[in-house]
Design a protein around this ligand. Structure first.
Ligand code: PEP
Ligand code: MG
Length: 578
């Protein structure tokens, strides 16, 4: 029977396919009982998972090089000790045997018990070890689930799941998945950013789909409007074909703008850099005439595999981006793993209660300095092949910039002594995405060559609204006086000091905000190539002189409603007030 669900379109494109339903792991950890004849098989399953985790960790150790050997090695030693602890294995076996429960529930009980014991300890060092134990147990749990809950999708299927991690996307696409529908997630999650970069239609926030859909149901989903139709009728199929045709026609129309300059009606040139996560993005960026790469998110290199990429692997990846852009500047951001970009090695992340406020970005790179050293060495080596700029994520203080700068100088000297070509000038930039960095920009602006405003995080941290939580998605808006004032302040301060300033958050690629950003004084955008031509088209209709004039009124607005009124009047876009 035909049924409709309304989610949020997070990556454009329309798809018609068969549903492949994946139930969330959390649902699987239930107190499921087994009978005695199943006990040995259940124990064997648990031991297999432990063996699997042990070999993952051994493989990881074998691939550590340079400064990582000591640092990560110690970490791995501790985890190996926990994994090999006979008491742990005996307790798990005993739980399965005596309580007649499934392996993952035994693991959950053991985890709860250990957490309770450690949390009650006085010694802070020992208390902190609970994280390590928890991490090891989580890896075993993940290994257990990989055995039982791996998707294994087929060509032409649309994955329907509670949520999908960015690290899973490539594998799903390789398996032939043509679109994804999730219950959770948001437009600004890294899964959504990556899906857009892969041209993979994605609908998020489709509440209720998991309860209704079954494997094999035919569905149509539209990553533009967020509409999901189960068992579509003839009219739905026609609408799907028409949407598909319209989308292609629009792309063809925009394609004509590939070679025209990005200049406003009063002759002001605006630079359009591209955000890139993959080689395909780089190719697209060059084809569409991007000024350069404004944000290369290196974490996606780390998310694809169970192992950390070596210096050599990173060097080759960065060098290829530089070569691909043929002399245009390439801005490579150091690792920003953390929050929803959890890596699969399990080393970079602990189970943090508030990951968005935890160890991510430059904090993590500095905490595990081997990570930073390996990455900077690879980046500096790539600079021998073309113009590279280094961008530091999640900066919150001057000290972090000083430390990264010193490290760049030290490693450049070292690499030159080793005989590598390292560029004489490598511009250094800071992401402005933590309010502290925006407010205290004057304390470090002279230390950097450019800044890039990351509105995805800046808005989340200014407004205290989780960028990944669709339930409070209506509160996530850059159209708040605090956000605009702070952005304006950053743009002006950078320009006053002769520093380049761009916006690289998703806001830059949303044509709703193009006039608003221009009126705040922005002249450099960094956006995903899929939206580059649309933004170029919009900019070519803008008049800077009048936008700057109207911009004064924009900054006087005292509420979101006031800003929306400005948008309707001068922003070149219809906004329907909430
Ligand atoms: C941002 O926060 O706006 C940004 C570009 O970084 P990311 O989305 O990778 O966190
Ligand atoms: Mg960010």
């Amino acid at each position: 029977m035909r049924q409709e669900f309304k989610g949020i379109g997070a990556s454009r494109g329309t798809a018609l396919g068969r549903a492949r339903v994946r139930l969330p792991h959390a649902l699987d950890i239930e107190e499921v009982h087994i009978d005695e004849s199943q006990v040995e098989a259940e124990i064997a399953k648990m031991h297999d998972a432990i063996t699997h985790v042990r070999s993952e960790m051994d493989a990881l150790r074998g691939r550590l090089t340079g400064a990582l050997v000591k640092e990560m090695g110690e970490f791995l030693d501790l985890h190996a000790l926990i994994l090999d602890d006979p008491e742990l294995i005996e307790s798990l076996d005993k739980l399965i045997r005596t309580r007649l429960i499934v392996a993952d529930y035994a693991l959950k009980l053991q985890r709860d018990k250990v957490t309770q014991i450690f949390s009650a300890m006085d010694d802070t060092y020992l208390r902190a070890r609970v994280d390590d134990i928890d991490l090891v147990l989580s890896r075993i749990l993940a290994a257990l689930h990989r055995q039982t809950a791996k998707v294994d999708a087929k060509v032409g299927e649309i994955l329907v799941a509670e949520n999908v991690a960015p690290s899973e996307l490539q594998e799903l696409v390789d398996q032939g998945v043509i679109a994804i529908v999730t219950v959770m997630g948001s437009m600004l999650s890294h899964t959504a950013i990556l899906a857009r970069s892969m041209n993979l239609p994605l609908v998020v926030g489709a509440v209720g789909v998991l309860k209704t859909l079954n494997d094999g149901d035919t569905i149509v989903c539209d990553g533009g409007t967020g509409l999901v139709v189960v068992e579509p009728d003839a009219a739905d199929l026609r609408a799907h074909r028409e949407r598909d045709k319209a989308y292609l026609a629009e792309q063809k129309q925009l394609d004509r703008l590939r070679r025209v300059p990005t200049v406003t009606t009063d002759g002001v040139e605006v630079l359009l850099y591209a955000n890139a996560e993959s080689n395909a993005d780089v190719t697209k960026a060059r084809r569409l005439g991007a000024t350069g790469i404004g944000l290369y998110r290196t974490e996606f290199l780390f998310l694809q595999s169970l192992e950390l990429p070596t210096e050599e692997e990173q060097f080759r990846a960065y060098r290829d981006v530089v070569l691909g852009m043929a002399g245009r500047p390439v801005t490579i951001r150091t690792l920003d793993i953390g929050a929803d970009k959890a890596d699969r090695t399990g080393l970079a992340l602990r189970n943090e209660p508030n990951p968005a406020l935890g160890l991510r970005g430059v904090r993590l790179s500095m905490m595990r300095s081997g990570l930073l050293e390996t990455q900077l060495r690879a980046l500096l080596r790539a600079s021998g092949y073309g113009p590279v700029r280094i961008l530091v994520p999640m900066v919150s203080s001057r000290e972090e910039v000083v430390q990264v700068k010193r490290e760049i100088e030290r490693l450049s000297t070292m690499l030159r002594e080793e005989g590598h070509a390292v560029a004489a000038q490598i511009p250094l930039g800071a992401m402005i995405e933590v309010p502290a960095a925006a407010i205290a920009l004057s304390t470090f602006i002279k230390l950097v060559d450019f800044v890039s405003i990351g509105t995805n995080d800046l808005v989340q941290y200014i407004l205290a609204v989780d960028r990944n939580n669709e339930a409070i998605g209506n509160l996530f808006t850059p159209l708040h006086p605090a956000v605009l004032k702070l952005m304006h302040q950053v743009i002006r301060l950078a320009q006053k000091h002769g520093r380049k300033v761009s916006v690289c958050g998703e806001m830059a690629g949303d044509s709703t905000f193009t006039f608003l950003l221009l009126s705040l004084g922005l002249r450099e955008f960094s956006l995903h190539p899929t939206t580059l031509l649309e933004i170029r088209q919009k900019i070519r209709t803008a008049n800077i002189a009048s936008l700057e004039e109207h911009g004064k009124r924009l900054l006087r607005a005292t509420s979101t409603a006031g800003i929306e009124r400005w948008m309707n009047q001068y922003g070149g876009m219809e906004i329907n007030p909430a």
